[in-house]
Unconditional design. Structure first.
Length: 246
């Protein structure tokens, strides 16, 4: 059993913010599972199952759209079995398109239409791949920007499942079902009272428990949207030569 699965089973505790103690988490999870069996549509149980499903993901593709004055469209792909990411950011307002390739140690970038890569050392690693491997919580007051290099583009299922509901936590509400790109999904709305962007909606495929769409803000006026595809498929990403090796 992975560390994340143990956390989802409530046997170890996660970060202090928004999580229960190990014992309280276990009891809360057990209660949620019982409630889910009795009523068939419990959001916290569904999110815990999705977190376990995320733990098995090695690769995926995503389309990321940020709206408003800083509107950017990003086409991204991640091969975390090789710890490599590739994404292209298109800023129509600035008439600028930049391509990126990330490894755990280096970020390569270049303007669209050019051949030469710029390279910057990045010892911090790949946020998206770290999210898949280790799970994630969202610190108090942290912005939740949907950008290609941020692990928060993968919904923080464990965080939301373990935020106590009420005046200071998250409320998870079922919005029914919807088909996204041919996949039948359960739709969940999160009202998070402890965040920079409090409203989120997640479409989770019934078949595998993985997100197909993640929206930040109101559905009819989104701040950002991520759509997902090609989970655990072969994603060839050609990494440029390391310019720091002589």
């Amino acid at each position: 059993m992975t560390q994340k699965e143990l956390r989802c089973a409530g046997r170890i505790s996660g970060p202090r913010r928004g999580l229960f103690s190990a014992r309280a988490l276990f009891l809360a999870t057990l209660a949620a599972l019982v409630a889910g069996c009795g009523h068939g549509n419990d959001g916290r149980t569904a999110f815990l199952k999705s977190e376990v499903a995320v733990d098995k993901v090695q690769s995926f593709r995503a389309k990321i759209d940020i709206y408003g004055p800083f509107a950017v469209h990003t086409d991204a792909e991640y091969d975390c079995s090789r710890s490599v990411a590739h994404y292209i950011e298109n800023n129509a307002k600035l008439l600028r398109t930049i391509e990126y390739i990330q490894t755990p140690a280096i970020t390569f970038s270049r303007a669209a239409g050019t051949e030469r890569w710029n390279a910057v050392r990045q010892p911090a690693g790949l946020s998206v791949c770290e999210r898949l491997r280790n799970g994630a919580s969202i610190p108090h007051g942290s912005p939740r920007l949907f950008t290609g290099d941020q692990g928060r583009i993968v919904p923080p299922f464990f965080y939301y499942a373990n935020e106590p509901p009420g005046s200071s936590g998250a409320t998870i509400t079922s919005l029914g079902n919807e088909v996204v790109d041919g996949d039948y999904c359960d739709v969940w709305k999160i009202h998070d009272r402890d965040g920079a962007f409090p409203l989120h909606t997640i479409w989770i495929a019934v078949e595998d428990g993985l997100a197909r769409k993640y929206l930040e803000g109101e559905v009819d006026n989104p701040q950002g949207v991520v759509t997902y595809s090609d989970y655990n498929t072969n994603i060839p990403i050609e990494v440029p030569p390391d310019p720091f090796v002589r």
